[in-house]
Ligand binder design. Structure first.
Ligand SMILES: *[C@@H]1O[C@H](CO)[C@@H](O)[C@H](O)[C@H]1NC(C)=O
Length: 249
């Protein structure tokens, strides 16, 4: 897949502004995000609030969540699986994550929006130097159903060790039966841009500007929020480098 000149320009201009001497919050607008880490007590991992993430001297941890010294990218790392690395998961997952969870930027509480609204989209430019060893790979973005409705996602975007990108969409609110669609290949470590959009009841995904509309089966537009980062699905470490994040409602 080719990048259009417009996307190349957008990627370049965002990347050029990243300051390697700042924590991620000095380079990225992290006001609509809190951070989930793979450390802390089992079933209750550490969460860093939106307020603590913001600014050049915001939260940074040089093994998990930090600014890359060369290009200023936001680096998110996961050491592996709970059994191999001793990392810690959330109560409803078997896998560890260093992942941003969307919040309301004014209150810092978990975000919730309706997929029937006119516009909900997230556009992320990133590279994945080290995907985990699972079949579909590391989850690099999600639309998740709000916890009062379900502990499952609407969809998860995966990137594997061959550079294959795929999306899994749940068929029901109770979930556990994702339908996978292949979205192409980007060589490991090469930057690309993805977009997840769930607007006017329609779920769409784009890789480098090429859109597909996806079946949402019986999901029926449940209240949702975005996630972005590194949600490991395998038993080897994973490393995700983010160059830009844009969310719009
Ligand atoms: C940073 O992450 C490591 C685990 O990789 C952990 O041991 C340490 O406590 C973390 N530091 C902070 C300030 O969260």
């Amino acid at each position: 897949m080719r990048l259009t000149p417009l996307l190349l320009l957008a990627t370049w201009s965002v990347t050029a502004q990243l300051n390697p001497d700042c924590a991620p919050g000095g380079n990225f607008d992290l006001s609509p995000w809190e951070l989930q880490l793979p450390i802390g007590s089992a079933g209750d991992p550490e969460t860093i609030s939106s307020a603590s993430l913001q600014g050049c001297s915001g939260f940074e941890n040089f093994s998990l969540f930090f600014t890359e010294s060369g290009d200023g990218a936001l680096v998110m790392k996961v050491p592996g699986s709970p059994s191999d690395s001793g990392c810690v998961t959330t109560p409803n997952s078997l896998h560890c994550r260093t992942e941003l969870h969307e919040v309301d930027p004014t209150t810092g509480a978990g975000a919730s929006w309706s997929p029937n609204d006119a516009l909900n989209r997230m556009i992320v430019t990133l590279l994945v130097p080290e995907p985990d060893d699972s079949e579909h790979g590391t989850v690099i973005g999600q639309i998740h159903i709000v916890e009062s409705f379900s502990v499952k996602p609407v969809c998860e975007l995966y990137y594997n060790a061959n550079g294959d990108i795929s999306i899994g969409v749940e068929q029901t609110i109770s979930g556990g039966d994702e339908v996978f669609t292949s979205l192409g290949n980007v060589p490991v470590g090469t930057s690309f841009t993805y977009e997840l959009e769930y607007s006017s009841g329609l779920l769409k995904v784009a890789i480098n500007g090429v859109f597909q509309t996806l079946d949402t089966f019986e999901l029926d537009s449940p209240p949702s929020y975005f996630k972005v980062g590194n949600y490991n699905q395998g038993s080897t470490p994973s490393d995700v480098h983010i160059l830009s994040i844009f969310v719009e409602h």
